[in-house]
Design a protein around this ligand. Structure first.
Ligand SMILES: Cc1ncc(COP(=O)(O)O)c(C=O)c1O
Length: 455
């Protein structure tokens, strides 16, 4: 048996990010401003620093990772590529299952890959404070960590239900020196407006984004900017280090062909990070199935229309062309698996439409069952988000067994679940059930976006 972990030396870490924009057979529709015309860099400059706006709009295939960002990434990168031999055995599958272990970062997920890059570019631009939103707290803690490394102030609006149910991520953020407040809050107009209408709302990512953007744009000094942990092109770009490292690692062990690439998808960043270098292979003719996985209770990719919509609840962002449940979407409280954002990254939405990737929606009980099998075989307790990728991997491994094929399956282990044990507790006590978003609800939320243009 060959070794089950493949490491890269720091010297072997990729020195450039890969930009899928350069290789798309057709460009995606541009973001639109309030006048219905494509946004200009100047229009975004109240929210983001210009160096990141340039990356957001870049069409170069390769973008150099600045030496100082490499130094920040070396704190935990390169991450190992691991073979899940014990899971393979438990499933009795002839398939080889590899996972890229992004849970080894200080914050426990892939999120610091873009957090350190964004914090560095903001610092270069003279920014002093960064605001952001967070759902379960993975992104907020990653940004808090990155800001502490760079001596920046961080303010995190955390979705109310998670703020109440997941105190440990909040404590991580505070340990790294960030301020974390529940959203909706009384600190912004957007928050107050929601609280007036729905005082008991559990909150949503869309509302928290509105609050964080509002705080950034209303700083008269211009030294506060906003940072997003997923969805946007530059975030997906920073995550491509995952897939680029993976390719080098597969090469090292002479694994020439990957048959299936899988990642869970909320806003789409960890999936894109692993998958985009393989999407390039697919554009160039490789036979590879690429599968982003989402929860059936927030079925953005599999059931939501492709439409222009706001990225946030209050309509402060440009209109983005994406698969969207509607910016007013509030996820069902019964859902414990994360991945609750109402939209999907415009780049991923676009490649779904081009037929380059094949999305899948799964129910939470199957995902938790898969996570527990993974924990019992490979030892690591997965983040609830990651469990969607594991459940899809198990389905593929079982299919390979039925077909008697020695397939190579690769998935992104986007994070560990050590701060998410409340969801496991609920599952183990039979308190979770499956829930598919009802057609009436989907119609209710998407009615609000009919007024926007169709891409
Ligand atoms: C561990 C983990 N995986 C996946 C996600 C989903 O985000 P994205 O789709 O941007 O990777 C999150 C979101 O917070 C996360 O914490």
């Amino acid at each position: 048996m060959s070794s089950t972990k493949v490491f890269l030396d720091e010297k072997e870490m990729p020195k450039q990010w890969y930009n899928l924009m350069a290789d798309l057979p057709k460009p995606p529709p541009p973001p639109l401003g309030p006048d219905g015309k494509p946004v200009t860099p100047e229009m975004l400059s109240a929210v983001f620093p210009m160096n990141l706006i340039e990356q957001e709009m870049a069409t170069d295939r390769w973008i150099d990772i600045p030496e100082e960002v490499l130094q920040l990434l070396y704190r935990w990168r390169p991450t190992p590529l691991q073979r899940a031999v014990n899971l393979e055995k438990a499933l009795g599958t002839p398939a080889k299952i590899y996972f890229k272990n992004e849970s080894v970062s200080p914050a426990g997920s892939h999120k610091p890959n873009t957090a350190v890059a964004q914090a560095w570019y903001n610092k270069q631009a003279g920014v002093k404070k960064i605001t952001t939103e967070t759902g379960a707290g993975q992104w907020g803690s990653a940004l808090a960590f990155a800001c502490s490394l760079l001596g920046l102030e961080a303010k995190v609006y955390m979705v109310r239900i998670s703020f109440d149910q997941k105190p440990f991520r909040k404590m991580m953020m505070q340990t790294w020196g960030a301020t974390c407040v529940p959203s909706p809050s009384n600190e912004t107009q957007a928050g107050r407006a929601v609280l007036e209408k729905y005082p008991d709302t559990p909150g949503s990512l869309g509302i928290a984004i509105s609050e964080a953007v509002e705080e950034a744009v209303s700083d008269p000094t211009g030294k506060t900017k906003y940072s997003l942990g997923s969805v946007l092109n530059h975030v997906l770009l920073h995550q491509t280090i995952i897939g680029l490292e993976t390719k080098k690692q597969l090469e090292k062990i002479n694994e020439k062909k990957v048959d299936v690439v899988i990642g869970c998808a909320g806003g789409g960043s960890n999936f894109a990070g692993l998958a985009f270098p393989f999407v390039l292979d697919k554009i160039n003719g490789a036979g590879v199935d690429i599968i982003p996985v989402e929860p059936a209770s927030c079925p953005t990719m599999t059931r939501a229309p492709y439409h222009y919509d706001f990225g946030d609840n209050a309509g402060m962002t440009p209109l983005l062309a994406m698969h969207t449940l509607g910016h007013g979407f509030i996820p069902p409280p019964i859902h414990a698996g994360g991945l609750r954002y109402h939209g999907m990254a415009p780049l991923i939405s676009h490649i779904i439409n081009l037929g380059l990737v094949s999305p899948l929606a799964l129910h939470q009980l199957e995902c938790y069952k898969a996570a527990i099998l993974f924990a019992k075989t490979e030892g690591i307790i997965p983040a609830p988000e990651t469990s969607h990728a594991i459940a899809a991997t198990i389905r593929e491994a079982k299919k390979a067994k039925e077909e008697g094929k020695e397939k190579v399956i690769l998935f992104n282990f986007s994070g560990h679940g050590l701060m998410d044990l409340v969801g496991y507790d609920k599952f183990l006590h039979g308190e979770l059930s499956d829930y598919a978003l009802k057609d009436e609800e989907l119609k209710k939320y998407t009615r609000e976006i009919e007024q926007f243009p169709t891409p």
